[in-house]
Design a protein around this ligand. Structure first.
Ligand SMILES: Cc1cc2nc3c(=O)[nH]c(=O)nc-3n(C[C@H](O)[C@H](O)[C@H](O)COP(=O)(O)OP(=O)(O)OC[C@H]3O[C@@H](n4cnc5c(N)ncnc54)[C@H](O)[C@@H]3O)c2cc1C
Length: 151
């Protein structure tokens, strides 16, 4: 994953400009733009030069280091070590294809009288309620259709 921690900014250019007469520590300048703990303790993952960056005034840094630092902040690369697995899984991809179902009733187009709703259908939403909504909505549509049919 690549994350731009300071989108829309020309960070390298700004830092190099701040070098002129710059007495502030680089970590202080970064803490004005990033969460303080990340700015002060996060140098190692960002730059690989923790002591050098944490202790020095911005004016002491070569442009090259500031450019490298900016690149890392604006293109912070992380490799996820894995997923949390089934224990934490919250939604399932795949299932009965929506093409196989009548959306007005959720009834199978192949086998009349057989209905599918919710998680078992191949509809996957972002977390945050969309899957619940799908389960309730498809269930409602199906129940109404069955009631009308007197099923
Ligand atoms: C930990 C977790 C967190 C989640 N958080 C969210 C969220 O924040 N927002 C969101 O939108 N979605 C969330 N989801 C997904 C959401 O819960 C499901 O998409 C939704 O509940 C699916 O509803 P459903 O009725 O289709 O299936 P289910 O809720 O799975 O209901 C199926 C029911 O059938 C029963 N059953 C199974 N086999 C049989 C059988 N042979 N005989 C009789 N009964 C049987 C089961 O016991 C179960 O009660 C989460 C899921 C999990 C696991």
């Amino acid at each position: 994953m690549q994350v731009n921690l300071l989108p829309g900014q020309e960070l390298a250019k700004e830092l190099i400009q701040l070098k002129v007469g710059g007495r502030k520590a680089l970590s202080t300048i970064l803490a004005e733009r990033l969460p303080r703990r990340l700015a002060q303790d996060g140098f190692e993952p960002l730059t690989g030069h923790p002591a050098e960056l944490g202790l020095s005034r911005i004016a002491d840094f070569p442009d090259r280091v500031l450019q490298e630092l900016s690149g890392r902040i604006q293109s912070w690369t992380m490799t996820p070590s894995g997923s949390e697995g089934w224990r934490k899984a919250e939604v399932m991809r795949g299932g009965v294809s929506t093409r196989e179902l009548d959306p007005r009733t959720m009834e199978s187009r192949r086998i009349p009288g057989l209905h599918f709703i919710g998680e078992v259908v191949d509809v996957t939403g972002w977390l945050g309620g969309y899957n619940f909504q799908w389960a309730w909505s498809s269930g409602t549509v199906c129940a109404r259709a069955m009631t009308e049919l007197g099923a």
